[in-house]
Design a protein around this ligand. Structure first.
Ligand code: AMP
Ligand code: ZN
Length: 468
């Protein structure tokens, strides 16, 4: 499998450290609000990655954190805690907010056929791990205490910027966004590992630590959770592109300082979903959720299909026009599958070239649109209905578009509609027979309907149809 690695900025052959086994970590949601469809694009593409690895025969163990503490309104650890902000907005406790939006996130995942990772770990459940890690970093001289907080000392690293040539300009962007300079930092780019002093004294969740009552910085959770559950070496770490800096850069700094050796081999970043007006972001207030799309009549599968039609390393612009095109194409695809003949027989060797081109598409840096094309090729091919259904079912283990399920539903609906027409015709004929006092025929029809699990009750408003 070839994958683009953000660390080397090249497409590489993906080779896990342990043969046949992949250890995969995903930065999870900050559960202070609903996920927007941009966040969900990232989770959909990560899901396809995980399933492609499984399809290629790897045994994948995937872990994801749930950020319920530590993520401040700026990624550069300043501002208010996002969770606290959410709690204030809704007049609830931080834990109530966390529970509500974690459940909402999992509900979105289920609707989008996103497999829930093997391990999902709330950040608040791992406080002793962070304390252990921060203590070790202090001992090794990679961290210092200033003004009550513990900071990571980036000057101790030979190379801090690993993904890009981030420079003073990035930091100035931070300043432009209203990030205030922290006087305690030895270097501008140092970051907080543990807070005891915050401008926001009403921080709801605090824990005892060797440095006083406080709470962890945002980045430490992913290092600690990943190392605890997946060990010292990680094969692949994913997230949206905005996570590359500072979040992933800081994760690498602290993990490798702690371990004393390279930590994660491959970094997989999904480019953003933007609106025509620019970035989609929760902090701007208005944002698109999956529920909103559902209210507007879009099946979540349509949104998944929309995402799969473009490559994860290209920014994608959301528009209703684009979504409508995806909807039309998806519905047509489902209709075609529902009409596949029931002719039988599966010639295993006839399936091989189709499987090969599907795999080839995915194994070329997850070319999902080409994988979808491979699916259309199956529909067009000279194969039996059963062969086509077999391949579609198999491809859909990765694409997860509920294709056979929706096709089955479409077929059932079609049959029911025909059935409805027949029932209505019989009910009308029975009423007519009764009016004509032809009770023998009326009873005959009643029995016919009974066989169709339908009973008819005669009410003053006319006959009422009751289905069993
Ligand atoms: P958050 O809940 O803000 O921590 O973000 C959850 C995930 O969504 C992270 O992996 C982010 O990098 C990613 N993300 C944030 N905004 C977007 C966007 N507009 N498009 C795609 N992914 C995004
Ligand atoms: Zn993370």
């Amino acid at each position: 499998m070839k994958l683009y690695n953000s660390l080397t900025r090249t497409k590489e052959d993906f080779v896990p450290r342990e043969e046949g086994k992949v250890k995969m970590y995903t930065c999870g949601p900050t559960v202070y609000h609903f996920a927007h469809v941009g966040n969900l694009r990232t989770y959909i593409m990560e899901d396809v990655l995980e399933k492609s690895l499984r399809y290629a025969g790897y045994d994948v163990t995937r872990c994801m954190n749930i950020t319920d503490v530590g993520h401040l309104t700026s990624d550069a650890d300043t501002g208010e805690d996002k969770m606290l902000k959410g709690a204030k907005r809704e007049h609830k406790t931080v834990m109530e907010i966390a529970k509500y939006y974690t459940d909402a996130f999992f509900a979105d995942c289920r609707k989008l056929n996103i497999r829930i990772p093997d391990l999902t770990v709330p950040a608040t459940s791992q406080i002793p791990e962070y304390i252990r890690l921060v203590s070790a970093l202090l001992e090794k001289g990679y961290a210092y205490i200033a003004g009550g907080n513990v900071y990571f000392d980036t000057s101790r690293l030979s190379q801090y910027y690993v993904f890009n040539r981030h420079d003073a300009e990035d930091l100035e962007t931070g300043v432009r966004e209203g990030v205030e300079e922290d006087e305690n930092k030895r270097n501008k780019i140092d970051f907080v590992l543990w807070f005891t002093k915050s401008k926001f004294e009403d921080q709801e969740l605090k824990w005892e630590s060797p440095w006083g009552l406080g709470y962890p910085g945002w980045h430490i959770e992913c290092s600690a959770i990943s190392m605890k559950y997946l060990g010292e070496y990680l094969d692949i770490h994913c997230g949206g592109i905005d996570n590359a800096f500072p979040h992933h850069t800081n994760e690498i700094a602290q993990s490798e300082a702690y371990l004393g050796h390279p930590w994660c081999h491959t970094w997989f970043h999904v480019l953003h979903l933007n609106t025509a007006g620019g970035k989609m972001s929760k902090s701007k207030g208005e944002f698109l959720t999956l529920s909103l799309l559902e209210e507007k009549g879009y099946d979540p599968m349509v949104y998944r299909f929309f995402c799969l039609q473009s490559h994860y390393r290209k920014a994608l612009v959301f528009s209703y026009e684009g979504l409508d095109n995806a909807k039309a194409a998806y519905e047509k695809l489902v209709a075609r599958i529902s009409q596949l003949p029931a002719d039988g027989g599966v010639r295993e060797e006839a399936l091989l070239p189709f499987r090969a081109s599907f795999r080839e598409a995915l194994e070329n840096d997850l070319n999902t649109s080409l994988a979808v094309t491979a699916l259309y090729d199956v529909l067009k091919a000279d194969l039996t209905g059963e062969e086509k259904r077999t391949l579609i079912g198999e491809f859909d283990e990765v694409l997860s578009l509920s294709l056979l399920e929706r096709a089955g539903e479409a077929l059932k609906k079609e049959k029911e509609e025909i059935g409805d027409e027949e029932i209505l015709r019989l009910v009308a004929e029975r009423a007519e027979a009764r009016r004509a006092k032809n009770f023998a025929r009326a009873d005959e029809i009643r029995d016919l309907l009974k066989n169709m699990n339908v009973t008819v009750e005669d009410t003053p408003d006319g006959p009422k149809i009751i289905r069993k």
